[in-house]
Design a binder for this molecule. Structure first.
Ligand SMILES: [Zn+2]
Ligand SMILES: [Zn+2]
Ligand SMILES: [Zn+2]
Length: 561
């Protein structure tokens, strides 16, 4: 047992952890430099990795090269030099011109931080062909999208997170291959769903939880291959249609009432110990096609992963990763890294066929670099300075030895180097802290919000209840969020979506809606709990004091499916 140097709780470095660390430890000049045991518990490691990532807050900015307008992940007061995507990838500048020597009389992170402040960053992280989707981040190949993050191959989607292959989906969290869904969390191959969660192959329904192959149903949980169900009762088509007369989800009041009814209905439902399918020798939650994974969450097609979150599509031998995989191999302590990359240790946004990068921050298609920032297509660089292969290896050996002495070797970037206020990062969602606590730890707090320009302001509770009564003029108003008091505006494309689908105007700021959807999912924490049927010991994200009835996978499949 070890004591976490951050939160002081005790944690275990398991033999399998040690084995993985030995396997991932790098080689320089024929000598292996062992990565030491972690000093932080798994939660504090996950918090540290996600405290360097701002996924949701974008700010109007300007490309410092072409002077074109762009949005930026960096707030105006961060004083970061940002380039638009085209300029950043162009030969109009050279990341090597910021190179510097390593000073062995000083700590690595201190020098790294200085370097990082000077090198121009990409304003946003976007890949592939992006059409009419400026207001997006950490995204690829999307069209007509607005404020969606962690998304690929989407069209006409707004205010969403974790989206792949969706069309006309709004206010979603982890929607996949779906269309015309609104306010849905963890839905896959669904069509026309409203306010639903954990559904697959379901359509034209509202307020569903844990349903598969369900059509034309309302307020149901745990159904399989059903049609015309209302509050889990099987009706005929005529009875169902009769029941639906008078239900108008365009009314905010009705929508909220049914939403509350679903919350009540969910309490006693029987659920499986984990969400997902086809896992072998793995524990965690929301896992699909995973093998030998330990304490992993939201992963798909991962083999031999440990403490890996939101990693997908063919990743292997990875430990302590926050996002995103797509064939990431042999890597440790990374955020937002992947895409045919391997050997990434202590990296942030190292991707696009990169390999053997240590302590690097935003690198595309780079190999064998150490302590570099914002580069593409480079090799054998240290602190953005070019070396020969032989010089590089000699220098890296010396730097690693220096970092062993300073106690930095084996540690991920400290949160103090994050350019973002802790409250604007992903860490704040999973590990919320009070402002005073954040400042006391030497981290940043950021209260800046983009100014909202509007002719008039209206408190959300003064809006007409029904979408039918909302005039076009709403586009000129700022609505005051019922929870945070933060003003927000409605976009024209969003208004037509609500009108076409007969859905109410939201009363909460988009970011608050995002947080609310996030809270509908279980925490990333495993609790020991007995199967309610066979009493086998399980590890589940349903804490023992929760009202749901939890079955082990075996009992669940035997009794429910
Ligand atoms: Zn800890
Ligand atoms: Zn530019
Ligand atoms: Zn059981």
């Amino acid at each position: 047992m070890k004591q976490c140097i951050q939160c002081k709780s005790s944690f275990e470095v398991l033999p399998e952890d040690r084995q993985m660390l030995d396997q991932l430890s790098p080689d320089f000049g024929g000598q292996k430099y062992l990565v030491p045991d972690p000093t932080h518990c798994p939660d504090c490691r996950a918090g540290r990795r996600s405290a360097v990532v701002n996924e949701f807050h974008l700010y109007p900015s300007q490309c410092a090269l072409c002077q074109g307008k762009t949005l930026s992940q960096y707030p105006p007061h961060s004083n970061m030099t940002v380039y638009c995507r085209e300029c950043w990838h162009s030969d109009k500048w050279d990341s090597l011109s910021y190179g510097r020597d390593f000073d062995f009389s000083r700590s690595f992170f201190e020098q790294f931080h200085e370097l990082k402040k000077n090198v121009p960053a990409q304003a946003l992280s976007q890949q592939g062909t992006m059409i009419n989707s400026e207001y997006t981040h950490l995204i690829g190949s999307c069209k007509n999208c607005y404020l969606i993050m962690h998304a690929d191959f989407c069209e006409n989607c707004y205010y969403s997170y974790g989206f792949k292959h969706n069309k006309y989906c709004v206010d979603g969290f982890y929607n996949l291959h779906s269309e015309l869904c609104y306010d849905c969390v963890d839905v896959h191959k669904c069509y026309g769903l409203i306010a639903s969660q954990d559904c697959v192959n379901s359509s034209d329904s509202a307020f569903l939880r844990d349903c598969v192959g369900v059509k034309d149903s309302f307020l149901c949980t745990g159904l399989r291959q059903k049609q015309y169900c209302f509050q889990n009762k099987q009706l005929t088509k005529e009875q169902y249609e009769q029941k639906m007369v008078g239900i108008d989800l365009g009314s905010h009041e009705q929508y909220q009432r049914f939403y509350q009814m679903l919350q009540e209905m969910q309490k006693g439902r029987v659920c499986k110990e984990y969400q997902g399918t086809n896992i072998q020798n793995s524990i965690g939650d929301h896992l699909n096609n995973c093998k030998d994974c330990y304490r992993c969450y939201d992963c798909e097609d991962v083999e031999a992963g440990r403490y890996v979150y939101q990693v997908v599509l063919g990743s292997k031998n990875v430990m302590d990763i926050y996002q995103y995989g797509t064939n990431l191999q042999a890597s440790y302590e990374c955020s937002i890294s992947g895409e045919n990359s391997y050997g990434i240790l202590f990296g942030i946004e190292c991707h696009m066929s990169s390999s053997n990068l240590l302590y690097c921050w935003y690198m595309e298609s780079c190999h064998d670099c150490f302590g570099c920032v914002y580069m593409h297509h480079k090799r054998y660089c240290i602190f953005n300075k070019q070396y020969t292969k032989e010089e590089y290896e000699r220098m890296v050996e010396r730097i690693v030895e220096h970092m062993v002495e300073t106690g930095e070797w084996g540690e991920f970037f400290p949160i103090s180097v994050s350019p973002f206020g802790y409250n604007k990062t992903t860490a704040f969602m999973y590990y919320p802290l009070e402002k005073e606590e954040v400042l006391a730890r030497g981290w940043k707090w950021d209260e800046y919000e983009n100014p909202v320009v509007a002719k008039k302001t209206i408190p959300a509770n003064r809006l007409p209840d029904n979408i039918k009564d909302i005039p076009d003029d709403i586009l000129n108003w700022a609505i005051v969020c019922e929870i945070t008091g933060q003003p927000f505006k409605i976009t024209p494309q969003e208004l037509s979506f609500y009108r076409d689908r007969s859905l109410p105007i939201p009363h909460l700021h988009p970011y608050q809606r995002h947080l609310n959807r996030f809270k509908r999912r279980n925490p990333r924490h495993l609790y020991p709990r007995q199967c309610a049927k066979c009493h086998a010991e399980t590890q589940t994200t349903y804490s023992p004091d929760r009202p749901e009835v939890v079955y082990c996978e075996h009992c669940y499949l035997k009794n429910i499916y």
